[in-house]
Structures are given as structure tokens and as C-alpha cells.
Design a protein around this ligand. Sequence first.
Ligand code: SF4
Length: 716
Amino acid sequence: MIEKHIKDRIYAKYPTHCPFCSYQCAIWVVQDSHGFRVEPREFTTNKGEICIKGWHAAALIGHPKRVLNPLIRYKKDNAFRESNWEEAISFTVDKISQIRSRWGNSSIFVYGSGSLTNEKAYLLGKFARVALQTSAIDYNGRYCMASASKALEMALGIDRGLPFPIDYIAHTDLLLLVGTNPLETMPPIRSHFDCLKKRNKKIIAIDPRPTPTATYADVHLQIKPGTDGILANGLLYLLIQKNKIDHYFVRNYTSGFEKILNSVSSFWPAKVETLTGISQRELFRVAELLGTEKNIVILTGRGCEQQTQGVFNVLSFINLSLALGIVGKVNSGFGTLTGQGNGQGARELGLKPDQLPGARSNLDSFDRNYIASLWQIDEKDLPSSDKSVTEIFESLEKPQGIKAMLVFGANPIVSSPNNSKLKRLFPQLEFLLVCDPFLSETAAMADVVLPTAIWAEETGTVTNLEGRVLLRPKILDPPKNVKTDLEIIHLLAEKFGYGLRFSSDPQAIFEELRRATAGAAADYSAITYQRLSRGEELYWPCHSFLSKGQKDIFLTKRFPTDKGKAKFHPVYPTASPEEPNIEYPFYLTTGRTLHHYQTGVQTRLIQKLQEKEPSVIVEINPAVARHFGIKDGQYVLVETKRGKGYFKAKFSPNLRLDTLFIPFYSNAQAEANALTISHFDPLSKMPSFKLCAAKIQSLTEQTPHTEHTEIRKEKK
Ligand code: SF4
């Protein structure tokens, strides 16, 4: 479907989707006499809008910082040398084979990403388990969706971030947002918010920060960081007191409500006000809205999920949703907003250690036998583990720790918590392979870097935040010596003697993935490239060619749990692992901003984005800043017990006086994750990126900003 307008100097227009976040906006890639550029395309989610990241996504095509040949170094302290594929693959396979024979198969850790397509996620999971026979596998969604994913499985029996379509937002009567800032991180969602507001319906935002979303909301509950579960329990207490519970729904479609009556009984308003900082007047007002509106959508985000109590925070809002009877009701429901472009697909297609493709359990004997037979291996040889990247990195120093790591499309040295420890330990790995189009901070530490194609140079599918599967077609060839991740996995598998079982053709892999997921929770079996190419709107689970899959998966009110009912889980909030004190008087919270995506490996290379946000900032309330002698825009030192960094102060009037915010993309002098804490949620293994104690100090002299300097040089 390529339009040609030679006389208008537009050579071709390719319909595809943005490579960045889970909103997966529809775009045109336009090829004209100047090269490639992006234009927005009409679609059900983005309604013809895209954000600044999408507008500039084509700047990555032909970018001068691309890695164009395999890079290799035989000794850790050597510089990289440009190599060829034969040498790089042979060296990689030799090193892995030596390490496996010395330390065992599971000494090799395969680490994937929510930016990989469905085909790559599936093939990488199969490669780890079949060709390497390692149980050590995980992906960077552990840092993103793990708490929401765990809570959804525990309460509703299935992990689909949004179990209903995004347009429910426009048609609901009340939207409650918990720790999520989509108006900044995925701005095209605004059209749905605007529709809701035009109908005179209300939005409530729970967030310690006055984010663009919280500012747009009608009610902003500026909660004390780490008290989300207390607030949810307090609201449920009031709804029970005022008899606003949907008893019919609770009786017929849920289990465990009796335990909730007990667990929330001590969350009376005065106590909740003291613990959360939300006044009783606001508590009563919000409970009144929740108790009277007919249709309600409740959405959580990383704000309440990236905490040591992340799973229980999400469960507390699911409890609220079940008590109100909004789950499985049109224009209502509970959901969570996925962050990464394919955060949804990557986790259900085999990158989690305890899951096999289709969100099958790696502990269930039927699921294990089904996948083992498809992969032509004995079920006994299918590795099994529930060890997360968080735990694997924790044990790096121990004798039983991993010895080699294969990284596909991720940058863990920047995205992991307390990363100064990792920077010390990564060079001790016997072998590190990184597959990436650019020399990320992690790639810069590798023994071998294999250059990969970017989004426009390969075909693949992704699953957006609604569970809708989308096809992104190849638009141009990658540079001569660059390969797709699928080709790299095929080459590695071939050297290990498994070449015939590992295709490098995306459509052939998708066909296999369809068989692997048939009959499973995340069933892709009736989704095909042909149907997607025709523009069909297809959601998983989809097991019939007569169906478009399930757009709202709970409409039947039959939940895929042992008794077919949704489950309440009592939530008993506990103290955070690190609270502010005299030495470190602030809560430090981290997150994403408009101009950079993830650790910024790609967006920091896009000049227009980098110019908008050249420095890593720390947001601070101006009143507090003045107390510390800090001026807006000056460099400051932020320090925690684990590390420090130089950040540019950005005044944020209305930010809580006790809170600092730093985005988690980085540059050489400023990394949020040099400061964050290693503690993690015991159920999801999600690190506590949103909560630790910090101090701030004014600097007398400005610290030079290397990346900004670099860009200015390029412009001359
Ligand atoms: S980054 Fe997200 S919101 Fe922005 S254009 Fe891309 S998909 Fe859309």
C-alpha cells in the first residue's frame, strides 16, 4: 500500500506504527527528495495525533551514530575493533560454549526487551531454552510492568494491561488515574480525555507530582509518596461505610470480600489523612464521586507499581474496582497503562523466566509438554526458573552468579537500580554480548556488539497497550553489514547445531508463535499477517478466524481463575524500605518525561529532542530550592546513600515540599539510577524506582554538559 506522488516530490508513503511507546500511534513514513520523515495517521487510539518523539522517529534512519559492523575485543581493556560476522559469531559461540562447560548452562543469562517485536521475543525465549538450555532469562519489563502483571494474574487471572479498549476513557463517567502521567508520556491519549471532559465528566489523579496529567485533572490528590495502598484502603473503607458496594457483583463474580471487610476496617479517614497527606474533605469528595458515578475507569501506572509494595498497591485498586462492580462492564473497568512499545507482547511470548509463549505457565505440566513437543525437545530438558533479573543482578558477586550475558535491545547498565554497583560488576562477567543499533552504555562495556536493524528496516508485529496486535512492515533495507535480531538469533542457533529450528523470517516465526499460543491465555492463533495487512482490528485472545478476538475480555464476567471468579486480596501496607531522615530529607522519585524514551539511547541521538531537553533535570519546589540557595536552571548535586549526580534544577511550583523528581534517562554526569535503591517487591521482583531518600546541595559553578556540547559542535 504505497502511494506514489513523484510530481509532488513524495516518492512513497508507508503506513506503519511509531517505534517508541505502547500507544503505538499510527504513522506514515514519507519518503521524499530529502529522505524519510514521519506524519501522523488516523487510527482508533491516536486519532491522527502523534507526540514529538513520533514526529522525529525517522531521524534514526541513516543516523551517523549507528553501529555499522560487528565490534569485538578479545581483552576487556582493549578498544573495540571492527570485525566481520563470521569472526564475531564464532567468538561469541566459542565463549558461550566454554562458559557453559565450565559453569553450567544457566550461567548464561539472556536479557530481552519490551522494545523487541513479538517474533523476536518468541524466538529469543526459544533460543535461550532450546539452544542454550539456560533457565536464566528475563527482560526489561521487569522494571516496567512486573507489579501490574503479577497483580492482574492474582486478582483477575489474566495479564492484559488494558482488558478493554482505550476509547472507554472517552465514554466513561469518572476516570481515576493512579501514579500515571499519560498526557506527558503518550500525549495523543488527550483526545480521549478531552471527550470525557466535554461530557462534563471528571478526572481524578493521584500523584505526588503536579504532572501535566494531574494539572489537567479535576481533582489532584497529591499523595505522600509510597502511601497509595493506604489511600485505596481508605476510599474502600468509606464506600463500605456509605453502602456504595455493588453487592450483586461481589456476591456473584468475586471471592474473598469478607477478608477485605476486615483488612480495611482500620483505615478510617483521620488516620488515612495523617498517613497520606490527603485531607478528609478530599477523601469524602472522591469517595462520593466513586460511589455515585455509573461508569468508572481506574488506571494504574508505574507511580504506584515501582515500589516494594507495588503488587499490593495495584491489588488495593483492583479491590476498589471489584467492590464497585466496574470490572467487565462497558465503558468501565480496571486497567494499567503499559509503557514500552511491546511491553505487552514481549512478556506473554516467552521472555519471562516463569512463562512460556501464550502466557503459559512454565510450571504447568500440560503447558510444558505442549511447548516441548512444538520445539522438538523432551519436556525434562525445558529449563524452568522464576529467578528475575533483579535477583540475578543481586547475585552477580556470588560464586553461583551468572558468568555471561546476552543483551537484546536493552540498556540495563542505565535502567537498573543502584547501577554503580552494576558498573563495578559487569566488567567481571566472562562474556557480554550486546545486540543494538547504537552503542548504548551497556554496549560500550561489551566484549562483542552486534549491530541490529532499526524499526523501519524490518517487519514484525507488536501488541499495543490494549492487547491489539499491529503489523509494522519493513520500509527499507538495513545498512550492508547490519542484521536483524532474528537473523542474529538464527546465526547463533545454527552454530549451536539448531539452525533448522530457528527461522529468521518474521512471518514464518509468527506462524510458529500462533501454534505455540493456541488454546493458551494469550492466544494469537487466529491472528495472521494477512488479516493484519488488511487492517483488521485484532485483539488477543483470538482463536477463531470468524472473530476479531476479545476487545473487552471480562464482558462475560467469567474470570480465568480456579473458581471462575475475580479475587479480592487483603492489603496491609507497610513502611517503605527507606524513608527521609535528617541527613537525606527528601523523597526521590523517578520516571519518564516527554522528550526521551526509556534510557534515551535513541532519543538522546535525535537532535530536535535533545535540544528540547539537553540536561537531566531534578524537579524541586521553588520554596524549598530558595531555602537551599538553589536557582532555577543551575546545577545541583543530588545524593543518596548509594551515589550522587549533577542535575539541572528545574523549579516545579506545586511539587510537594518533601519530594524531588529525576527522569531516568541519563548522561555522563547525571543518572537517576546511580541514586535509586536495590530493594524490590517480593512478589513481582520490581525494584523500588519510585521511592528512596535523598539530599540536594547547591553548586557554586555550573557543571559542563558533555552531550549538549557535542550537539553544538555538530551544528557548526
Ligand atoms: S512515543 Fe508513544 S505517544 Fe509518542 S508518537 Fe510514539 S507511540 Fe505515539
